[in-house]
Design a protein around this ligand. Structure first.
Ligand SMILES: [Fe+2]
Length: 482
């Protein structure tokens, strides 16, 4: 078995691969309870050993190249070599291989896609040096055909404005994306001139190094933060659409794989899905997913993708009858059951659920979640019913990677954003049998084929991981966890 590791970056993670099977994958933060934890810990390693013992390690990037870039950028070169960290964690005896950061992203996407050939686009803030890369992948392997290097980075542009708007860079980019729907992209053309000397797609050149943010930018026109967010989002979408069109016109495959942290931008993803019919975005396309990608980059073998439920197991019966009874009584229900989601989103195994109908659904949920009022919640819906309620850009969306216009926004205001779109999770039996059964019984009793779904976490903490975490949540909130 090979252990893939992402570490010393935001969101450390591990994945255990046995031949073509991903047997376990998890985020470090879920065990340390520190959001976006960059280090590994003894608890995650203890959990890994329940699934097997690795014989070697593949690290998701090349430390020497990263050190060099950090030196070039005026940062400390490398504060802890991976070998040293592994030794501290009792894994020092294992041989270790290193693969490239963008190569890990590309391989994680292509080798889990099920495609025999694909064009692969990777866009993130920064790897060792790469910030955008385009690959041609087929039975002979993957070949990089185009790349852009630091300090030119469209991801850093987005992250710099995340920071500018008072949000946490490398973590709260999704909030900027949500804010964008409330604004108008009045500064998009200005940003393209002020921040870029060249803006095409895939090619571009930044006028400034944005690694340390852009707080120096003077908002002379006093443009409100929602219009700024809309403008940043518009620039990102235009770049990605241009780039994907370029790929379509220049590379032979009919299949597109999109990876890197920017592939978490589900609004942009929906526009990309209009260009390519066959799009695969691994459910954890950012650096944490590269724990799987690193192994794929090293073995160059296809992996059988069956599920994102790859983490800690809470092996208990799920009392679906009682859950549905509570939902029918208008209650918010907490579920912590089965294996934890590998990826940023709760997909039914560590979720808070409630009836999405009516004007009060959102405030009911917010009594527990206590988050910004402007942010909507997502719907989880029986897959075959999705088209009736949403204008779906893709046939199936089991990992909440795309947004779709809701056909009945007045009936479901809690799951609709201000622009009447929803980040839809479609559920069929193969995706998650227990969650599917729950939705089926809910539909049978209520006539409503969807539930409002959000992550089960204590504010400021990562998703609930173990049953002990779930019990702590229960004590704090006075709500039973199923
Ligand atoms: Fe990355």
């Amino acid at each position: 078995m090979i252990l893939g590791i992402t570490g010393q970056n935001h969101d450390a993670s591990m994945a255990l691969i046995d031949g073509q099977n991903i047997v376990w994958a998890a985020h470090s933060e879920r065990y340390s309870r520190t959001k976006n934890d960059e280090h590994l810990n003894s608890e995650i390693i203890k959990d890994m050993y329940q699934y097997g013992s690795p014989t070697s390690v593949v690290w998701f990037e090349k430390p020497n190249q990263k050190s060099l870039r950090r030196l070039w950028a005026g940062q400390t070169p490398w504060y802890e070599h991976p070998k040293h960290e592994l030794k501290t964690l009792g894994l020092g005896r294992l041989p270790i291989e290193y693969v490239g950061h963008h190569e890990s992203h590309a391989a994680g996407g292509f080798y889990t896609s099920g495609f025999t050939d694909a064009s692969v686009l990777v866009v993130d803030a920064i790897g060792e040096w790469d910030t955008v890369s385009i690959w041609q992948a087929d039975s002979k392997g993957m070949k990089k055909v185009w790349g852009k290097k630091y300090p030119n980075s469209i991801g850093l542009f987005y992250t710099a404005f995340t920071d500018y708007l008072g949000l946490k860079p490398n973590e709260e980019e999704y909030i900027l994306m949500g804010m964008a729907a409330f604004g108008k992209p009045v500064l998009a053309e200005y940003f393209k001139k002020e921040f870029f000397t060249k803006f095409k797609g895939p090619n571009f050149k930044l006028r400034h190094n944005l690694h340390r943010g852009c707080r120096w930018w003077e908002n002379l026109g006093g443009v409100n933060k929602f219009d700024i967010a809309a403008s940043v989002q518009a620039v990102m979408e235009e770049y990605l659409v241009n780039t994907v069109n370029w790929i379509k016109n220049n590379l032979p495959s009919n299949n597109l794989v999109f990876m890197g942290g920017c592939a978490l931008n589900c609004v942009a993803n929906s526009r990309i899905a209009n260009i390519y019919k066959n799009v695969w975005i691994m459910p954890n396309p950012g650096d944490a997913g590269s724990a799987i990608g690193a192994v794929a980059a090293y073995t160059k073998q296809h992996l059988t993708w069956t599920t994102p439920y790859l983490g800690t197991d809470i092996d208990r019966e799920l009392d679906i009858e009682s859950i549905v009874a509570d939902l029918l009584n208008g209650k918010v229900v907490a579920v912590a059951n089965g294996r934890a989601e590998f990826g940023p989103r709760a997909l039914g195994n560590r979720s808070l659920l409630c009836d999405p109908r009516g004007p009060n659904a959102k405030s009911r949920m917010n009594q527990l979640k206590k988050r910004e009022e402007f942010r909507p919640f997502a719907p989880a819906i029986l897959e075959e019913q999705a088209d009736m309620y949403f204008d779906m850009p893709v046939q199936s969306s089991p990992y909440m990677q795309f947004v779709a216009r809701c056909r009945l926004p007045e009936a479901f205001p809690g799951i609709c954003h201000v622009d009447n779109t929803s980040r839809v999770q479609t559920v069929n039996h193969a995706h998650n049998p227990k969650f599917r059964s729950l939705l089926e019984l809910w539909y049978e009793k209520s006539g409503c084929p969807m539930l409002m779904n959000t992550s089960l976490n204590i504010k400021g903490e990562p998703l609930v991981n173990s049953w002990a975490d779930a019990q702590r949540w229960q004590q704090l909130n006075g709500v039973q966890v199923f």
